[in-house]
Design a binder for this molecule. Sequence first.
Ligand code: SAM
Length: 292
Amino acid sequence: MSRANSKQPKKAAAAKSVSRKTGKGTLAERADKFRCYQQSVQEPEHEVEFFDQVYRKLFRRTPYSLREDFCGTFSICCNWVESHPKRTAVGVDLCSETLQWGREHNLTRCTNEQAGRIRLLEQDVRVQNRPQVDILSAQNFSFWIFKTRQELVEYFRIARANLNEQGMMVMDMMGGGDCYKEGVTDKRRIRKGKKGFRYHWEQASFNPVTSEASFYITFKFNDQSKLKRAFEYHWRFWTIPEVRELLREAGFTRSLVYWEEEDEDGEDTGVWSAAEKAPSHPSWIAYIVALK
Ligand SMILES: C[S@@+](CC[C@H](N)C(=O)[O-])C[C@H]1O[C@@H](n2cnc3c(N)ncnc32)[C@H](O)[C@@H]1O
């Protein structure tokens, strides 16, 4: 259990007294967990820019169609159709509540014309659909839900079948020594001022025998109230070489690993390039791009 958790009972009690005083409920009670998640975790503009740049470099043409597997509130789909008048997107997720939140909050920020270029499928990602797409993305480590080689290869085979001949799949991966520690919570302030809140990424457990790990997201507000473990993930901690081997087994012809370049002070530059060798940082994020 992390140090943050051991402080929880005292702060929760304090938050309740705020609630009684104002009569409006705590900030946690009034918060929207999906909005907090989007503000803390997602960078759809960056994803769209990255997909576009990599695809153009590999295929020397503009990509038009995107499938966002594990799309959640499908913010990448929305940014994708906004980025070009000919672009179409398909969002795939099992969870109707999450998709519905996206319809009410993300789709409504698109014009009707843009929204008309987004198709949402409430289904398992392991379903073949038509038409095939130029880019299939699976972000925020979502494919780690598949815990065996058999399950992951099956998913990759179907993902490959959902791609055009000139198609690429993009996934993100995390790793580094710090990721194997238990009871570690990474804390960040998301916004300053009254509407500010904190994001806690808790690495609760890691089992070295199975490589299974549990992670939780908690949001903490200025009145000390919390949306405790608002999101939870129970994943297999896959490594880059395992994923590349399984992609090949599933029929992908080639895979590339994109690593963020650093400047001379060792700071991130925001520029990602293909690499076969990278520094062993205690905590890193990389993209895997697989070509059909
Ligand atoms: C970690 S969240 C990622 C959401 C979003 N892609 C993002 O980047 O923030 C994982 C999502 O995958 C969905 N999911 C889990 N298993 C699935 C499956 N087999 N098929 C479709 N969706 C699935 C969950 O409902 C959830 O919305």
